[in-house]
Design a protein around this ligand. Structure first.
Ligand SMILES: [Zn+2]
Length: 633
């Protein structure tokens, strides 16, 4: 049975854990990013994004600056800022949004064309550089921004601008005479078109998305683009698979290529499969899901094992220190997981959604909201990261802004848009995928949820509804002794695909309880880098050790998994649960020889304090590791 995604107006997150981050985004990140986009932030790299629109609109003189996809930074900011208005109205922010949308309208050309890189810098190259030009990618992000702005404010001014651009794209691309029969080098417009379709009901959006999805991999596509030919010849990481163009969508059975592209592609593919009932697409998506989550994903929900090509490599190739694990790719995995839940609600999809959000997505942003990781490694030695060429994408600390700034505004829009990820519905059955506190209104059904996640497996949901309905509550994969009560009485739910289904009526109060003791995990022995190692998780959170708590040489520690793990309430970071693990380290006997007979080494008992991975690198720079060596059997 399929289920439908909800729109952002229907669900308002009201949760101590997540609202502290949403507030940070509203109070600091959105204003900060606005200053960056306007080149008003002194210690960040100039963005030039708004300047590019002013030049394209003829309101300023100058050259285009930034990447060819610079427009998308502004688009993601508009999306995040629009969602933030649902939490807190802000007249100044509304005015900034109105003004910048007015500017975007002025930059749009008479035929509907909109992309400042090509308007200002390469007017004779429009629609010719499909492999790397990112025109359709930028159009996709601006279309997502338009949908968000319309949902949040009721104002369709940006959507009308984008509708003209979509009409231009429909006239340019297709299988008709004189049309370009191709697809974008970087997927994104497909999922955006499906968002616009769900919002407006206009079938032209769905049809264009379906065309791009099903056409992917066909030739000539962008195979004649000189840039594609040049890059593919120079580097095998940039062959057709980099763009997921190595096979048609329905024939793909392993996740290949650039990880963000792949995640956005699978997201759009899932949307199209749901809207058109294409069974071949659904079957391919199930294979792709298994490829990612069973063979090519980090324990943190990170994807993309290699910096070169920012891409998937081969099965079980998951190095911890040279990985790519881009914040945007984990956001893409969360988006895709939600679509898989819409295609078929299965708790295993929600387990991955939750894993990505609580680990690789959240680690992308600092506690002060103003520093970001692009790459989220699972192991770091700062001096190694600085020196080694194979670590060149790894930053030892979060940075304020990047010249290629895809991740920071992506985190902002994900946090302010978090409400979209909590539920899906199928008629009068509501699926609750994540235990995140919220207030939700779905027609006559109103839900008020309080939750103690991720620290304790406790949630309480109160219900008001004109008619009875069903609530399908996810049983997380890690949960022990999952139990529910209705109005204080133990309930006996039906179990379906990992959901506990309860019949509810007006006034019911549902309690959810489960245990989530810390768990020591091993990796499949095919993951070379994790052989003889273990990591510790508790509920959705992956834990890590940092130098600031444990001193240097974290890789020398050997965990004794049989010695137990102590969970403690800590005042760190405003109140978290830390874990203490036990093992040994090499005794400091003053012997500094590079090599010595093994029998001369003595080891002493030692403990490591572990904190949730998403919090690492918030107390200065130092070593960090998720995976720990294990004491030999
Ligand atoms: Zn990114």
């Amino acid at each position: 049975m399929a289920s439908e995604m909800l729109n952002i107006r229907q669900v308002k997150v009201n949760d101590p854990f997540w609202n502290s981050r949403i507030d940070l985004v509203i109070d600091h990140v959105i204003p900060y990013q606005w200053r960056v986009l306007n080149d008003q932030e002194e210690d960040a790299e100039p963005s030039h994004a708004i300047r590019n629109f002013e030049i394209a609109a003829g309101l300023a003189q100058g050259e285009f600056q930034g990447y060819q996809f610079q427009d998308s930074d502004l688009a993601k900011w508009i999306e995040g800022a629009s969602y933030s208005l649902l939490y807190r109205d802000d007249p100044e922010l509304r005015k900034n949004l109105r003004d910048v949308i007015g500017l975007i309208g002025k930059a749009q050309q008479p035929d509907g064309y909109l992309d400042t890189h090509y308007i200002v810098k390469k007017p004779d190259k429009k629609w010719q550089e499909l492999a790397h030009g990112h025109e359709l990618y930028c159009a996709g992000h601006m279309l997502e921004a338009a949908a968000a702005y319309q949902l949040a404010t009721g104002d369709d001014s940006l959507m009308r601008i984008m509708d003209r651009l979509v009409d231009l794209i429909r006239s340019k691309f297709g299988k008709g005479p004189g049309q370009i029969d191709a697809y974008p080098g970087h997927e994104e417009i497909e999922l955006a078109l499906m968002k616009a379709y769900r919002l407006t009901g206009k079938e032209k959006y769905r049809d264009l998305a379906e065309y791009f999805i099903l056409n992917r991999g066909s030739k000539p596509g962008f195979f004649n683009d000189p840039r594609f030919i040049e890059l593919a010849k120079a580097d095998k990481a940039l062959d057709a698979s980099y763009y997921q163009a190595h096979k048609p969508a329905v024939e793909q059975d392993s996740a290949e290529g650039h990880a963000v592209r792949a995640m956005y592609f699978f997201t759009g593919m899932s949307d199209v499969a749901a809207a058109t009932g294409n069974e071949a697409l659904k079957e391919a998506l199930k294979k792709l899901w298994r490829s990612v989550t069973e063979r090519r994903m980090y324990v943190t929900g990170g994807v993309g094992s290699q910096g070169n090509g920012e891409r998937f490599t081969i099965d079980y190739d998951l190095p911890n220190d040279t990985c790519y694990t881009e914040t945007c790719a984990a956001i893409g995995l969360a988006m895709w997981s939600l679509r898989m839940l819409a295609l078929e609600p299965r708790a295993e999809y929600a387990d991955i959604l939750e894993k990505a959000l609580y680990n690789n997505v959240l680690s992308g942003i600092s506690q002060d909201g103003e520093h970001y990781f692009y790459v989220n490694p699972l192991m770091l030695k700062p001096d190694v990261a600085r020196f080694r060429v194979d670590h060149e994408s790894v930053e030892p600390s979060r940075v304020k802004w990047f010249p290629c700034a895809c991740c920071p505004p992506n985190v902002a829009r994900t946090l302010t848009g978090l409400g979209q990820y909590l539920y899906t519905r199928s008629g009068r059955r509501i699926y609750q995928h994540l235990y995140i506190g919220n207030e939700t209104a779905l027609g006559d059904i109103r839900l008020s949820c309080r939750s103690s996640m991720p620290w304790a497996g406790e949630a309480e949901i109160t219900v008001s509804a004109a008619e009875p309905f069903e609530m399908a509550l996810r049983v997380p994969g890690y949960a022990k002794d999952f139990r529910t009560r209705i109005n204080g009485q133990a309930a006996a739910p039906n179990m379906e695909n990992g959901y506990a289904v309860l019949a509810l009526r007006d006034g019911d109060r549902v309690e959810v309880r489960f245990d989530m003791p810390p768990q020591v995990l091993a990796a499949n022995p095919r993951v070379t880098e994790d052989c003889g190692r273990a990591c510790v998780v508790r509920g959705p959170l992956v834990y890590c050790a940092e130098e600031t708590d444990n001193g240097p040489l974290l890789q020398d520690f050997r965990l004794n998994p049989a010695a137990g793990i102590e969970t403690a309430q800590s005042d760190l970071f405003g109140g978290i649960r830390t874990l203490l693990v036990h093992g040994t380290r090499t005794a400091d006997d003053g012997d500094n020889r590079l090599y010595r007979p093994y029998g001369e080494v003595t080891r002493t008992k030692a403990d490591l304090l572990l904190i949730p991975y998403y919090l690492w690198n918030n107390r200065g720079e130092g070593e960090m590791t998720v995976w720990m060596n294990v004491k030999g059997d």
